[in-house]
Design a protein around this ligand. Structure first.
Ligand code: PLP
Length: 357
């Protein structure tokens, strides 16, 4: 089966097999990783190796702290303003879809949010040209969502943000292609797409941005505290951290982020090209900003959606229904989705259109 779920999403099969093989007895310790003390030498080794591999994969320098936090990406929507708003009290946000809106709503509870640009009028089908953004001189940071998982809208470029730390929710695009981390103040990503199990959230933060949290910030949300304690201020999500480490090793074996980016581009191009050339299917997104990870599409007749999904399921093409807020279909084709999965989907779509179109 091929699982096209947007998250939790498909993981590399070899990773799952390794986790299964090591489940009861991790390397002769007589313990599952799940049963180990997070302070044990064994787990510390697992945790440090995962961080090292992530740093290598993403090109993260020593100027940045890497944190393995909990509460998913959504908890970062409040953690960020609590830590970064500081005395300035206001931040710039770009509104390109449902996840941007959630981040904006949460930050608005803590300070002034200036929405510098929005593509809501277009139904979130494009990215507003950066020359039109109304940025403010006193913003503590500029937040954006490089890939809108639900809409299938992706920046594909890093916005300019001279003098203002750039903060990015990379939940659904992290490690999918090379990114210059040095352009960012903070990158955060819920793990359940390209990294591992849900609940875990990886945060990459420039060290000069630590230590600025408001005093009422919950300790568990204070970046400085988490960094000072090696992400072990409390008991971390040990098993998720271990699985993330296995995924990082797998990605290194695939040739790293550059090689993965080439594969991802190929997969996405193939699927969009098919959608664009087959009259039965459509994708509404400005072709310049189509997501490499999440490909929404509609059928010529919505009344056929149920039949399409049923037939897909029967062939082992799983979780193709679009997000409940937008309907239609969505194929999420993260790193772990093999090219053969995209080919199988296109074969099915071709047949379905022939029969029912
Ligand atoms: N941001 C983006 C871009 C997402 O795709 C998601 C979830 O799927 C989230 C945030 C929320 O993540 P979580 O469910 O881990 O809180």
């Amino acid at each position: 089966a091929y699982n096209f779920c947007a998250g939790p999403a498909t993981l590399p099969e070899s990773v799952l097999r390794q986790a299964r093989d090591e489940m009861l007895d991790w390397r002769g310790t007589g313990m599952s990783v799940m049963e180990m003390s997070h302070r044990s030498d064994e787990f510390v080794q697992i945790a440090e190796t995962a961080e090292k591999d992530l740093r290598e994969l993403a090109g993260v320098s020593d100027d940045y702290a890497v944190l393995f936090m909990q509460g998913g990406a959504s908890s970062q929507f409040s953690t960020i303003p609590l830590n970064l708003l500081g005395e300035k009290g206001s931040a710039d946000y770009v509104n390109t879809g449902i996840w941007s809106k959630k981040a904006i709503a949460e930050a608005s509870r803590y300070g002034k949010v200036n929405v510098v640009a929005s593509s809501e009028d277009s139904g979130f089908t494009t990215i507003p040209d950066q020359s039109s953004w109304q940025t403010s001189a006193d913003a503590a940071y500029l937040h954006y969502t490089p890939n809108e998982t639900i809409g299938g809208l992706e920046f594909g470029f890093i916005p300019d943000s001279p003098g203002t730390p750039l903060v990015a929710d990379m939940s659904s695009s992290m490690l999918s292609r090379p990114v210059d981390v040095s352009r960012f103040g903070v990158i955060y990503a819920g793990a359940q797409k390209n990294i591992g199990p849900s609940g875990l959230v990886v945060v990459i933060i420039r060290k000069d941005l630590l230590g600025k949290a408001r005093k009422e910030t919950p300790t568990m949300m204070n970046y400085q505290v988490i960094a000072d304690n090696g992400s072990m201020y409390n008991t971390p999500a040990t098993y998720s951290w271990y699985l993330a480490g296995l995924v990082f090793k797998w990605l290194k074996e695939q040739g790293g982020v550059k090689a993965m980016g080439e594969i991802n581009l190929r997969k996405a191009r193939k699927l969009y090209d098919f959608i664009d050339t087959n009259e039965f299917y459509a994708n509404p997104i400005d072709p310049r900003f189509r997501s490499w990870m999440n490909v929404p599409f509609t059928l010529a007749d919505d009344a056929l959606n149920g039949e399409f999904l049923k037939g897909a399921n029967a062939r082992g093409l799983l979780n193709l229904a679009g997000h409940r807020s937008v309907g239609g279909m969505r194929a999420s084709i993260y790193n772990a989705m093999p090219e053969a999965g995209v080919d199988a989907l296109i074969d099915y779509m071709t047949e379905f259109a022939k029969e029912r179109g």
